[in-house]
Ligand binder design. Structure first.
Ligand code: MRU
Length: 346
């Protein structure tokens, strides 16, 4: 399976997603600050993968700490949590993973664990977050495969694959699950301007897996649907509010509206760590705005004149009424989502 991120002794290793598909190189982070920078600059990206990276970064930072007492270690630990929390605001998996690490630290400290024992427990928790994510993706693949048509022509947006998770993927996990279930699957990957996660990462993953993949630019999906060439849409999520409103990569909302117009089922695949029951609806989800350069440039080439203003929100919100179902590791949640999402946690 594709290694997105791994802990190796006192280093966190991740494949550099900025360089794919042209180069397959790995970044070795030796400090928590380097992990935080890798998240911010999108060496690693995708909501579940960001959560895993933050947990591993915190564990690494604590492991490297020279503090001798639990209290001093605690002060350093909370600073590391803050550092990670400041990297990217939308993916709730980041804050969910930090909370898990905080809980483990507090429980260990309260139980009188030594500094070394605390370090071990944080390492183990980060690895558990990683391993559970792979298991969740596999489960989503199994549940999701059931709703994929036997002769599937699937459109997906951005990259919600192995690269965006600890492995296997959420939306691409559903696609992989359908292939493993023996369905005939062809995928259309939206290019996904401005960072090109669809063209660069989704297509790279699927081609490696031998799954038929056609890359389209984002403005082609409407025409494709009108010609009857798509019969299923599945995307990932960065944060799902209690009512089912879903934040995902910018452009997802347009795809959902188009899917509704053409009577194509639009599914979201996401683990429970992406569901934020504390946020009542999509209007409360913080949307990250990224640098103008991502829009004015494609790679090193400038495609818009200097002086033009730029709007670059990294995510949009798809209202829950456009979503046919939310595929989780516990099964498929259906409307009314306020009830079904809450039930998924029971
Ligand atoms: O800005 P990115 O690349 O981190 O955005 C990623 C997405 O929008 C994904 O679709 C989402 O995180 C789900 S990943 C399983």
């Amino acid at each position: 399976m594709l290694p997105t991120i791994a802990r190796e002794d006192d280093v966190v290793v991740m494949i550099d997603q900025r360089k794919l598909p042209a180069e397959e190189v790995y970044v070795r982070c030796r400090t928590a600050a380097e992990v935080a920078k890798a998240i911010k600059t999108m060496v690693i990206r995708g909501a579940p993968a960001i959560g895993v990276a933050a947990a591993m970064g915190i564990a690494l930072g604590v492991r490297r700490s020279t503090m001798t007492g639990t209290q001093k270690l605690a002060a350093e630990f909370y600073k590391l949590c803050e550092l990670m929390a400041g990297t990217r605001p939308t993916a709730v998996n980041l804050f969910w993973a930090i909370e898990r690490m905080k809980r483990v630290f507090a429980e260990a400290a309260q139980a009188g664990a030594s500094v070394d024992q605390i370090k071990d427990r944080l390492d183990a928790e980060a690895q558990a977050i990683h391993d559970e994510d792979v298991a969740s993706c596999r489960a989503m693949g199994t549940f999701g495969a059931e709703v994929v048509p036997a002769e599937a022509r699937i459109l997906t947006h951005c990259n919600a694959g192995a690269l965006a998770t600890a492995g296997y993927g959420t939306a691409l996990g559903v696609i992989r699950g359908a292939v493993e279930a023996g369905k005939s699957v062809a995928v259309f990957a939206d290019e996904t301007r401005p960072f090109l996660q669809g063209a660069r990462l989704t297509a790279w993953e699927l081609v490696r897996d031998g799954i038929q993949t056609t890359v389209i630019t984002d403005n082609m999906s409407g025409s494709l649907m009108r010609q009857g060439k798509v019969n299923f849409v599945v995307v990932g999520a960065d944060r799902i509010a209690a009512n089912g409103d879903t934040a995902n990569k910018i452009g997802t909302y347009s795809v959902a509206v188009l899917a509704r117009e053409h009577n194509i089922p639009f599914y979201v695949a996401a683990p429970l760590s992406t569901i934020d029951l504390k946020t009542p609806d999509g209007s409360q989800i913080p949307i990250e705005e990224r640098s103008a350069k991502e829009v004015t440039h494609v790679g090193k080439s400038q495609v818009a004149p200097a002086g033009a203003m730029v709007w670059n929100p990294a995510f949009d919100v798809t209202p829950h009424h456009l979503i046919a179902g939310i595929i989780t590791e516990r099964g498929i949640c259906r409307a009314p989502y306020t009830e079904s999402l809450a039930r998924a946690f029971e």
